[in-house]
Every structure is written in structure tokens, then in C-alpha cells.
Design a protein around this ligand. Structure first.
Ligand code: GLY
Length: 362
């Protein structure tokens, strides 16, 4: 069992990472939040049938009511309609201000349950139980919660730090390979921006079996990086933006393909490689870096190229919520493990995008 502390004054919390944790999470939540007589478990239609029973039984054994609220799995559920149904479910279950919500699932579940917790009755306590690698290393830590609007992802949200994060690494064993690898793109991102040793260690794993065996260590290292960044810049006014490496181009890829062709991690991987090829050409990044990132992504069956015109990138990036005025901040690598924020005027952006001959209508 590993523990990472997130130091945020009276909003500090622990991330517990270990095998076989889920049956004990109910008792841990009760010990942490003894006033909560009801803890509503929010999950989706994929994860619920696998794990909700274990979590709810653990809560009930600790004397806590555990109503279960399940929504249809998928990013398309992460909207105001589903959020409204969650509010109705929390009200129908008699959840009060001293109670809590626990998110059991991946990033969509954590984001949506977290926003429900941040706003229901003007805010109640919230616990994250991530079930995907991506949620374990990224979305369950740091307090960003949100739903999508038809015009863009995560446009309605809040910052609500969880009271605790419990990651049972056994749950990763039921993840389809594509989703395990999806999370690896975010793991590789930590190596790229902060940690050349992690990047090298990931290159030495030769199978998914070895990856799963190393999961506790990998998740702890990623969460420790995320914790330090969030402690320094909780509201993302500076250093936390480094976590967005690959995301500006990646979001454009996801959106251009209507969120159907590429998962989030796959699109971020493509974004990291495409941007780094350009920043190498611009002399900002050590030569060979993009090839090293691409080779590591390939090792985890992740794509590294896309056929998309510059105009498609530019149209989507123009709507990016990270854009401020007529410029945006890109995350650029000097080398593997060494990143910086780079402000780019919108008119200069084409220099940072894949070259035009890739055009192919989508
Ligand atoms: N997913 C990036 C962040 O939490 O800031």
C-alpha cells in the first residue's frame, strides 16, 4: 500500500494506492467522514455491475446507507441532463449536508459526481474511487470537476478537492487493453514534463503483465507529481498548466473526429508528438525528443499521427477555454523530463501545427 499526501491546508487529503483496497473503502470512508449517515455511490453502467456491490456492502457493513446512482457509460452522458438526474437521485435518497458522494468509475464519473457534490445543497463531501488508470493518475486528483456543453468539453465545472482518493490497483485488471493504454498516455505525459527516470522506466516494461505488476509504483509516482503541482497552483494560473502537455492539439483531434475515433489518451499522445515535432523544428526542443515519445507511445499501442488539416486544428483551438485574448499557452519540452510554458499569439499558431500537406477532409 502506498500513500500520497496532498497538502492543501484544511482541504488536505490522502491518496491511497494498493491491491485489494475496494472491500475496505466503506470502512475507510466511515472513519474519515463519521457524520455521513448516507454516502451516495455514483457509477456508470459498465463499472457498476462489476464493483458497486463490493463498495456498497462495505459502506453498509460500517453502518452507512449507500444508495446507488447509475448513469449510462460514456462521455456523451457527461452533460447537464445527466447531472440533473443525479441531483434528483440525491434528493430522492434523502442526502443531507452532512452526507457525502463517492465517485466509483473513470474520469467521466469522477467529473460528474464531483460537480454534483460541489453544487448539491451548496456543496457536500466527496470521495474518489477511480477504476481506470487515467482517472487514477490524473482526473481523480486535484479537484477539477465538470460536465460538457454541446459546444465544448468541461465548460461547466468547479474546483472541489475530494476528502480522499482510494485506488485499488486490482481494478485495472478488468480494464480492456485499449483503456489501460489510454491511461498510459497520461503516465507518459508525466515522464515527458517532469520525470526522465519515469520515462526511462516505462520504456523497460515489456508487457501489460509487467505494467500491471508495476502499477502501484507508477501510480504513486504520477500522483506525487500531480500533488506537488496542485499544491503549488490549485487554480491553474501557472505551473498546473504544464499538465496540459499535448492537450491543446489532442482536444482538437478528439473534437475533429467527433469523440468517436480517438480516446482522450490516444488524442493526447498524438498531440504530444505533433507539437514536439514542430517545437524541435523551431529549435525549442532537443532533437530526437518527438521520436522518443512516439516510440514509447507505440510500445503501449498508442497512435502518434493523424490526418487533419491545419484549419481543423485552428477552428477548435479558437474555442479552447485555455485561450486568453488572442494568445494561448502551449506546454513545450526542452527535453524529456523538462517542460515550460510558452505563450503563443494565435496568428503564430500555424508554426506549431502539423504541416499543411496532411490535409484530408474528415
Ligand atoms: N487534468 C489536468 C489537471 O488536473 O490540471
Amino acid at each position: 500500500m502506498r500513500t500520497v499526501h496532498v497538502a492543501l491546508g484544511n482541504r488536505s487529503y490522502e491518496i491511497e494506492i494498493g491491491q485489494g483496497l475496494l472491500p475496505h473503502v466503506g470502512a475507510k470512508i466511515h472513519a474519515l467522514l463519521p457524520r455521513a449517515a448516507t454516502v451516495a455511490v455514483v457509477t456508470d453502467s459498465h463499472v457498476g455491475p462489476l464493483y458497486a456491490d463490493t463498495l456498497c456492502r462495505g459502506l453498509e457493513a460500517a453502518g452507512v446507507r449507500a444508495p446507488l446512482l447509475t448513469f449510462a457509460a460514456g462521455e456523451e452522458s457527461k452533460n447537464l441532463t445527466t447531472l440533473g438526474r443525479l441531483y434528483e437521485g440525491l434528493a430522492a435518497a434523502g442526502v443531507t449536508r452532512s452526507d457525502a458522494v463517492v465517485a466509483l468509475g473513470g474520469g467521466v464519473t469522477g467529473d460528474m459526481a464531483g460537480l454534483a457534490a460541489a453544487t448539491f445543497l451548496r456543496g457536500i463531501d466527496f470521495v474518489q474511487v477511480p477504476t481506470s488508470l487515467l482517472a487514477a493518475v490524473d482526473s481523480s486528483v486535484g479537484g477539477k470537476v465538470a460536465v460538457d456543453l454541446p459546444c465544448g468539453k468541461n465548460l461547466v465545472g468547479a474546483f472541489l478537492q475530494p476528502k480522499a482518493v482510494y485506488m485499488d490497483t486490482d481494478l485495472l485488471r478488468t480494464l480492456p487493453a485499449r483503456f489501460l493504454h489510454d491511461g498510459m498516455a497520461e503516465v507518459i505525459k508525466y515522464g515527458c514534463i517532469f520525470d526522465a527516470d519515469l520515462f526511462a522506466d516505462l520504456g523497460r516494461l515489456s508487457s501489460d503483465g509487467e505494467l500491471l505488476a508495476a502499477a502501484e509504483d507508477i501510480i504513486e509516482r504520477c500522483c506525487a507529481h500531480k500533488a506537488r503541482v496542485v499544491e503549488e497552483d490549485e487554480r491553474e494560473t501557472g505551473r498546473r498548466m504544464l499538465l496540459n502537455f499535448g492537450h491543446t492539439l489532442g482536444h482538437a483531434v478528439e473534437k475533429a473526429f467527433h469523440y468517436e475515433t480517438y480516446s482522450h489518451g490516444e488524442a493526447v499522445g498524438i498531440g504530444m508528438v505533433l507539437l514536439t515535432r514542430r517545437t524541435e523544428a523551431l529549435g525549442l526542443t532537443e532533437p530526437g525528443t518527438a521520436d522518443r515519445i512516439a516510440a514509447l507511445l507505440h510500445q503501449y499501442s498508442l497512435p502518434t499521427e493523424v490526418r487533419l488539416a491545419q484549419d481543423d486544428f485552428l477552428r477548435t483551438i479558437a474555442l479552447d477555454k485555455k485561450k486568453r485574448g488572442d494568445a494561448l499557452t502551449l506546454v513545450v519540452l526542452r527535453a524529456i523530463g523538462d517542460s515550460f510554458l510558452h505563450r503563443v499569439a494565435f496568428r503564430e499558431l500555424p508554426a506549431y501545427l502539423p504541416e499543411e500537406e496532411r490535409h484530408d477532409p474528415v
